[in-house]
Design a protein around this ligand. Structure first.
Ligand SMILES: Cc1ncc(COP(=O)(O)O)c(C=O)c1O
Ligand SMILES: [Zn+2]
Length: 390
C-alpha cells in the first residue's frame, strides 16, 4: 500500500509545508495545518471494492493516511467500529431510523485511539521520540498506549480532577503523568512549557496535523458501512472538535475521489450548558469562539473552554446546514441510563449528550422523525464509573 500524502496546507492562509519534517501549526498565522493528498491518484489506486480485502481497522484507508511506510504504523486495532440500529431508543424518541456508532469499542475505550494511533505513528516516522500532551481524560491513555507499543516516551498533563480510570490507564502503559491544578487549557500551558524546556514534541489537539487524520476515518467508515451514503444528521459531542472537523474533511476527500456525491449530513455540535463556547459563537454568528469562563460539566471530554479549530468547526456546522446546542448534566446522566437500559450500550457521558440533544432537535422540528440520524458515542461508560449509582 502507498500513501498519496503530498504536503501540509494551512487551513487559514493556505501556506504550504513539507509533510516529511515535523511541523505543528502554521508559522505565518498560527492556525491549523491540514495534510493534503493527491486525491485523484489515490482514487485511481484504491477502488472502493478493494476495501473488502483490507484489515478491519482504520489503516484500511492507507492511501489517504499520512504515514508513508507501513512499517511505521503503530496499531492496536483501532477503528472499523460498528454502527448499531437503535430501535428501542428510536421508538422512545419517535425517530424511525436512529443509528449509533460505537466508538467505545476502540482500544483504550474511546475514539481518541484513532487520533493517537495516527499521530504517534507519524511522529515515529519523523524520528520524534518524546511526545507531550494535555488531556481532559481519554487522550492520555490512548497516547500512552501507542507510545508504549511504538517504544516512544509519553508525557501527559491532566486536570487534577480527571477520572481515576484515565490517570491509571496512562500510568500503567508507561505514560509520565502530571496532574495540573485547573482545566485542560491550564494543562496545555504546562505541557507547552515542558515541551520548550525539555525538547518534547507537543501533540495537543489540532496543534499538530496528524491526530485529525485518525479521527477523519470515522467519516470514511460511516460512508463505507452505509454503502456509500451518509446519514441526514450527525450529532457530535464537541470539545476540541477534531472529530467533527475530521469527518467533514473525510467527506470532502471522498467526494474528490468519486466515492460519494456532494450531499452532506447536517452536522450538530453538542456541548454542555456549563461549557459551550462553540454554541455561543454559532448563535452569535462569530467566526471564532471566545474562551468560556469557569467551565464545568461532569462530561470531561467536552469540558474544553477554547478550541484552536473553532473557525473550522463553526464553518462545517454552517456549510452543512446543521447547528449547535447545549444539554444539562442532569440530562446527560438521564440519557446514559436510558441508552444503557434500552440498547444495552454503556455509553460515555459525552455520547449521552448527543442523545439528550436529539430529543431537543426532534421536539423543535430541526430533525424530522423519519430522517436518518447518527449519534456518535465517543467512548465507553466503563471509564466513568464514578458517575453511575449502583
Ligand atoms: C469521550 C469523549 N468524547 C468527546 C470528546 C471531545 O472530542 P473532540 O476534541 O474531538 O471534540 C472527548 C475528548 O476528550 C472525549 O474523551
Ligand atoms: Zn497560515
Amino acid at each position: 500500500m502507498k500513501s498519496y500524502l503530498t504536503e501540509l496546507e494551512c487551513t487559514y492562509c493556505h501556506e504550504t509545508y513539507s509533510a516529511d519534517e515535523p511541523h505543528r501549526t502554521c508559522d505565518e498565522c498560527g492556525k491549523v495545518l491540514y495534510p493534503r493528498y493527491d486525491l485523484e491518484a489515490a482514487g485511481q489506486a484504491l477502488d472502493r471494492a478493494a476495501l473488502r480485502d483490507r484489515p478491519a481497522n482504520m489503516w484500511r484507508y492507507f492511501e489517504v493516511m499520512p504515514v508513508r511506510d507501513e512499517a511505521n504504523v503503530i496499531t492496536l486495532g483501532e477503528g472499523y467500529t460498528p454502527i448499531f440500529q437503535a430501535q428501542r431508543l428510536g421508538a422512545e424518541f419517535g425517530c424511525t431510523d436512529l443509528l449509533i456508532k460505537d466508538e467505545g469499542l476502540n482500544p483504550t475505550g474511546s475514539f481518541k485511539a484513532r487520533g493517537l494511533s495516527a499521530a504517534v505513528s507519524k511522529a515515529k516516522e519523523l524520528g520524534l521520540t518524546r511526545l507531550t500532551m494535555p488531556s481532559a481524560g481519554n487522550a492520555a491513555g490512548a497516547m500512552s498506549a501507542y507510545a508504549a507499543k511504538g517504544g516512544l516516551e509519553a508525557y501527559l498533563f491532566m486536570p487534577q480532577d480527571v477520572p481515576d480510570s484515565n490517570r491509571k490507564e496512562a500510568a500503567i502503559t508507561g505514560g509520565k503523568v502530571t496532574l495540573v491544578d485547573g482545566l485542560i487549557s491550564d494543562a496545555g500551558r504546562v505541557s507547552r512549557e515542558k515541551a520548550a524546556e525539555e525538547g518534547l514534541f507537543d501533540v495537543s489537539t489540532l496543534q499538530e496535523p496528524y491526530r485529525l487524520e485518525g479521527k477523519k476515518t470515522m467519516g470514511y467508515e460511516i460512508a463505507e458501512h452505509l454503502n456509500w451514503t451518509l446519514p441526514d444528521v450527525i450529532l457530535y459531542p464537541t470539545g476540541g472538535g477534531t472529530g467533527i472537523v475530521g469527518m467533514w474533511k473525510a467527506f470532502e476527500e471522498m467526494e474528490h475521489m468519486g466515492w460519494i456525491g456532494s450531499e452532506r449530513p447536517r452536522m450538530y455540535c453538542v456541548q454542555a450548558e456549563g461549557c459551550a463556547p462553540l454554541v455561543r459563537a454559532f448563535r452569535e454568528g462569530q467566526e471564532f469562539a471566545e474562551p468560556w469562563q469557569n467551565a464545568h460539566t461532569l462530561a470531561p471530554g467536552i469540558r474544553v473552554p477554547a478550541a484552536i479549530g473553532d473557525y473550522m468547526i463553526l464553518r462545517s456546522l454552517r456549510e452543512s446546514g446543521g447547528g449547535a446546542l447545549t444539554v444539562s448534566d442532569d440530562e446527560i446522566l438521564h440519557y446514559m441510563g436510558l441508552v444503557a437500559s434500552l440498547e444495552g450500550m454503556f455509553i460515555c457521558p459525552e455520547g449521552a449528550a448527543t442523545a439528550a440533544a436529539l430529543n431537543k432537535l426532534l421536539a423543535d422540528g430541526s430533525v424530522l422523525p423519519d430522517e436518518r440520524v447518527l449519534l456518535m458515542n465517543t467512548g465507553n461508560g466503563l471509564k466513568n464509573l464514578e458517575l453511575v449509582e449502583g
